[in-house]
Design a protein. Structure first.
Length: 364
């Protein structure tokens, strides 16, 4: 099994095209053609994590945070980033980062947090726009079903919690085969009338090449007619943060207690408790102050995130409780997410979770 195959599984789950523009996801050191001897899953790559990988014969580290985030201009070992990159290269360890692309899918970082809190009816807090595209194509009616099936298998037709979404309508197509053509049906040089089915499906932009390949491969015509459209709709499966509901409203103090024990928080910084029970909960693992106004608009009772600055606490405007549970604490279950994903796909090499706590923050 090659490192490349591990990367394929990770990227089928969280497409690298979904990372934010400032991010640096993907293979950061090493070579995708190496044979994978073992994978260590972690939130951060530290020198201790690299040592743990070596001690356990893992030559791949899958991390949430990219150790190379900004451009590196020197590799002299002066900073911890330089030392880790040098050590990984010397030891032939492939480091792969799956960061904001994992934040931007509903079953990613935030999906895990929602699962830990048993949130119901979850949906993306801030869905992304310009993700969806639409394909319209026309197939001879007796072959239309095969084309639709192939498009579904390639990943088209997902809307929210529904798969296999499509629309078909019947009509008649015309064509005349000119010199050099090799028509599937009809005579050369004569206009042909064919009962055709118009097929419409949506898909996320990053699957376009795959979906067009499936269309061409499944369609009987020599020249396949199709139209591609960009859509303005936001896509509820892709975006930042999650909002969902607790099974029943509880006291905010009780939610804080649950958070403190479940996420093993040294401290939780939060805004004033109003005494009103909380039910609608917004979540964003890692630095999430950019979603405070969205959580308010969505009428969240309580917003769980981290890295909130003093003035940002005021932004909750006493309309919702804002809680900073710590960056590492909020994202720690991402390690389980990566581990579970890889463990169910690979059995020929070890998939491990780091035992190192990489949290650089301690509480006194
Ligand atoms: Zn983070």
């Amino acid at each position: 099994m090659k490192i490349r195959e591990v990367i394929s599984v990770l990227e089928a789950f969280a497409a690298p095209q979904l990372q934010e523009v400032y991010d640096n996801c993907g293979l950061l050191t090493g070579d995708a053609s190496w044979v994978c001897r073992g994978v260590l899953c972690t939130l951060d790559v530290t020198e201790a994590v690299l040592k743990e990988a070596l001690d356990n014969n893992c030559n791949m580290v899958v991390a949430h945070h990219p150790i190379i985030f900004k451009g590196l201009k020197k590799l002299t070992g002066k900073t911890y980033v330089e030392r880790i990159v040098i050590a990984a290269i010397k030891a032939d360890i492939a480091i792969y980062a799956i960061h904001t692309n994992l934040d931007n899918i509903i079953h990613g970082v935030n999906g895990r947090i929602a699962q830990k809190l048993n949130l119901q009816h979850i949906t993306t807090l801030q869905p992304k726009k310009e993700i969806l595209r639409k394909l319209i194509t026309y197939a001879p009616t007796d072959k239309a079903n095969e084309v639709v099936e192939a498009l579904f298998r390639a990943g088209a037709g997902y809307i929210g919690n529904y798969s296999e979404c499509s629309f078909t309508s019947e009509g008649v197509g015309t064509f005349k085969a000119e010199a050099g053509a090799n028509p599937y049906i009809g005579d050369m040089g004569k206009r042909h009338y064919e009962p055709e089915t118009k097929i419409e499906v949506v898909y996320p932009f990053y699957q376009e090449a795959h979906i067009l390949n499936a269309l061409i491969a499944s369609h009987p015509y020599e020249e396949v007619a199709y139209d591609l459209f960009s859509m303005e709709n936001s896509y509820s499966n892709i975006g930042t943060g999650i909002i969902g509901e607790l099974k029943e409203a509880i006291a905010a103090e009780d939610l804080l207690k649950t958070l403190k024990s479940t996420f093993n928080c040294g401290i939780i910084r939060h805004t004033k408790l109003s005494g009103k029970p909380v039910k609608k909960i917004a979540v964003c693992g890692g630095a999430g102050s950019f979603l405070i106004s969205t959580a308010l608009q969505q009428q969240a009772d309580f917003y769980i995130t981290s890295d909130i600055k003093y003035h940002e606490f005021f932004d909750a405007d006493e309309k919702m409780i804002l809680a900073d549970i710590g960056h590492y604490e909020s994202e720690q279950f991402t390690i389980d997410l990566l581990y579970d994903l890889l463990l169910q796909k690979f059995t020929t090499f070890a998939v491990l979770k780091t035992k190192v706590s990489t949290n650089p923050v301690h509480y006194f």
